[in-house]
Write a protein that binds this ligand. Structure first.
Ligand code: PEP
Length: 230
């Protein structure tokens, strides 16, 4: 199983250091086949050691240059970061990243041999239109994405389940993951959206779920490690 923690705009450099120290103490009991990823805010990126991979929540698709407010490869290389989240719904919706921009970012980081956790997910009004609309929407978010890239992980995160406390039902996750798996070959597929200690087992037991991407419930190290060790 894959367990990925997305801190978003939470935690500081200092609190991330304490978190990672505490996480390391817990991860001794982790199953060796399980993989853990931590995506802290950019100000907390560093060369951490432990049984996890640190990735960046975002970066500009360039080595360096005149891109005010962004970081590029040069800044990521300093901390040996080779993993990136691309296409998160908050970047698509709040920061207006188009599919074109998202796929350009994907291509750049693919060329750099990054491990990419690529997020897709539909808004509530699309879910309410029925399953055909959901799949049409999700497949459009795979436009321009090389589904044969060997360092690709996809995360299905219905927008209406993110940060709302309301996860998708077992049946919704099962049917969506099964349909996605048909076009994804062997790519690991994560579920994200209100995953927490109370529902982790139910979600990771669903066929076609290879792991989880967790926001709110990953902010507390006890809660995140409880999920990893579940
Ligand atoms: C996310 O934003 O990737 C996410 C899954 O958030 P939450 O767990 O808070 O729903």
């Amino acid at each position: 199983m894959i367990y990925a923690a997305n801190f978003k705009t939470n935690h500081t450099r200092k609190s991330t250091q304490s978190y990672i120290q505490a996480l390391n103490e817990k991860l001794g009991a982790k199953k060796s086949e399980d993989k853990v990823y931590i995506f802290p805010p950019m100000t907390a990126l560093d060369l951490y050691e432990g049984a996890f991979t640190v990735g960046t929540q975002n970066a500009y698709p360039a080595h360096n240059g005149a891109f005010t407010g962004e970081i590029g490869l040069e800044q990521l290389d300093e901390f040996d970061i080779k993993t990136i989240l691309i296409g998160h719904s908050e970047r698509r919706e709040v920061l207006n990243e188009s599919q074109d921009k998202v796929s350009q970012k994907f291509s750049f980081f693919k060329t750099q041999n990054f491990e990419i956790i690529y997020c897709i997910g539909e808004p509530l009004h699309i879910r309410e239109q029925g399953f055909e609309s959901v799949m049409h929407y999700l497949l459009a978010q795979l436009d321009g994405i090389d589904m044969h890239y060997e360092k690709l992980i996809v995360a299905y995160e219905p927008i209406w389940a993110i940060g709302t406390g309301r996860s998708a039902t077992t049946d919704e996750i099962l049917t969506t993951h099964s349909a996605l798996k048909k076009v994804m070959h062997d790519i690991p597929l994560l579920y994200g959206g209100s995953v927490k200690p109370a529902n982790i087992k139910e979600i990771t037991d669903i066929s076609g779920v290879d792991g989880v991407l967790v926001g709110s419930a990953s902010l507390d190290v006890e809660s995140f490690s409880q999920m990893v060790l579940s």
